[in-house]
Design a protein around this ligand. Sequence first.
Ligand code: ATP
Ligand code: MG
Length: 138
Amino acid sequence: MSKRTFTMIKPDATGKSYTGAILDQILKAGFSIKAMKWIRLTEEQAGLFYDIHRERAFFQELVDFMISGPIVAAVLEKENAVADFRTLIGATNPAQAADGTIRKLYAASIGENAVHGSDSDENANIEADFFFSKLERF
Ligand code: ATP
Ligand code: MG
């Protein structure tokens, strides 16, 4: 069980000024921040990040959304980080997300769903490596 996961606060949430509230909820849930940056992805970068979804019907919509504004990328640490963070953010579709979850509170739709959370320890490492050098992690 790894202690780290990777997250992004997506452009819908940064654009609605939910960044502070979402970070507050993450910290209050017991996660600590090990790396963080505020950036805007290029189309190529967003496509590479979501490469696993390249053949899906929503791929271009997803890429267009992810480059529509800035994001916050972060590495988070906590015991059982990957699973506990997926619980904190709630289901992909906010209509199905549990009460009190970040997606229930801040997401508008299955596409524009406020936050990303890694789905495995392996992907958490791959995603953290995609965004952060060793020098940028503490
Ligand atoms: P994420 O990987 O962003 O944490 P997730 O693991 O809950 O989300 P995935 O199945 O990995 O969900 O989908 C990645 C992202 O693609 C979703 O978060 C959402 O932004 C978008 N997406 C997924 N399904 C759809 C859909 N049916 N229509 C539009 N966008 C979708
Ligand atoms: Mg996913």
